[in-house]
Design a protein around this ligand. Structure first.
Ligand code: ADP
Ligand code: MG
Length: 350
């Protein structure tokens, strides 16, 4: 049906995920006055009544690409699918209010399995105080596909984009990084052990935090509220879904600035450090490229530093520089190496 024998074919992998999005969308223009922000941020922004705006974000989770039901219980999957979306709403400094949930399922799933999935979705909606207001249901020829759209609201003056960072601003991250990726490595290893010997008991007690971060992430609902209490309005913000370096690069490119990121400042949980030693992995690489942390990364004016410095949720990990200086990691040995994006890029060839 799509054959056109005369035209040359470009492989999707040549473009990668971001290249493909850009290729498909670069000539999309928005025309309605209510569209404040279209494609290009964690969420779109629409003007609503008076000084309020609505933010909207959507994400797709595909079995075999984003999750493996071999170790992901369906209840956790439902919960995580909601978190992934709410994280993008919080990254706009907004409050999440509503979600829609669409699923495509094959008849390999009994109703009881979908009940579990929805158990997780409903639990998340309750805890995060969002209403489930619709969706769509379809059959699928193979796996499970979940698409969630999240809607939020924010005062016009409080919305934060990816493109507002300025030279000398401080770069701040919430929580700690790298644990979700390591959790996945631990689960993969246990799955292989189990496949070799179905009687083997999973050994997860040394990795509880890592596994929890992978299977039951929490979106940072608390951060927009905390920032308001601290009277800090970030100049730019993004959520960390693809790994720290990829998100730093997004902020830099969108804002037209450079960055120095300090290796020794990157917040790591002790379990991340010990597990990296055990697996012979470099913890900095894991934090930079691991992904799925669902923390928030933002920039603030230097004068706001006293307001955040004592806060246990927030860590200053670098500062923004002139665009010409480029984007760098300053290592513990005080060498400067260029930051590269090696986040989850499921469409790029390894
Ligand atoms: P995130 O990592 O926050 O989910 P993405 O990298 O998926 O963001 O998307 C970047 C931007 O491109 C967003 O504004 C998103 O809405 C938009 N986008 C992604 N895929 C498409 C598509 N197929 N068509 C139109 N816009 C898209
Ligand atoms: Mg995002």
């Amino acid at each position: 049906m799509f054959e056109n024998k005369n035209s040359s074919k470009t492989s999707i992998s040549e473009l990668g995920e971001f290249g493909l999005i850009d290729h498909l969308t670069h000539d999309i223009k928005v025309g309605r006055s209510s569209t404040v922000k279209g494609i290009g941020d964690d969420a779109a922004v629409l003007s609503a009544d008076g000084k309020n705006q609505k933010v909207i974000s959507t994400d797709l989770l595909v079995e075999g690409v984003h999750f493996d039901l071999g170790y992901m219980p369906l209840k956790h999957l439902g919960y995580k699918a909601v978190m992934v979306n709410l994280s993008d709403i919080y990254a706009m400094n907004a409050t999440a209010t509503h979600i829609t949930v669409s699923i495509a399922v094959s008849n390999r799933f009994p109703v009881e399995a979908l009940d579990e999935l929805y158990d997780g979705i409903k639990t998340a909606a309750k805890i995060y105080n969002v209403d489930v207001i619709g969706g769509d249901t379809s059959s699928s020829t193979s796996g499970l596909i979940i698409s969630i759209t999240a809607i939020g609201e924010v005062k016009e003056k409080m919305v934060v984009y990816r493109d507002g960072a300025k030279e000398n601003d401080l770069l701040v991250v919430t929580g700690d990084l790298g644990a979700a990726y390591l959790g996945l490595q631990v689960l993969e290893r246990e799955k292989q052990v189990f496949q070799a010997n179905p009687k083997a008991q999973p050994e997860l007690e040394n990795y509880t935090y890592l596994v929890e971060r992978q299977l039951k992430p929490e979106a940072r609902k608390d951060i927009p509220k905390l920032l308001e209490e601290l009277d800090v309005l970030p100049t730019a913000m993004i959520d960390i879904s693809d790994g720290l370096s990829s998100e730093v690069i997004h902020i830099c490119k969108n804002s037209g600035v450079g960055c120095n990121l300090y290796e020794d400042k990157i917040p790591l949980d002790p379990q991340v450090i010990s597990t990296c030693e055990e697996f012979n992995l470099d913890s900095t690489t894991i934090a930079l490229s691991g992904g799925e942390d669902y923390e928030l990364l933002f920039t603030i004016k230097t004068e706001d530093f006293p307001k955040i410095k004592a806060n246990p949720h927030l860590t200053v990990i670098g500062h923004m520089t002139n665009e010409k200086e480029g984007m760098h990691l300053i290592t513990r040995a005080n060498t400067k190496i260029p930051l590269i994006a090696r986040g989850w890029n499921s469409l790029a060839e390894e």
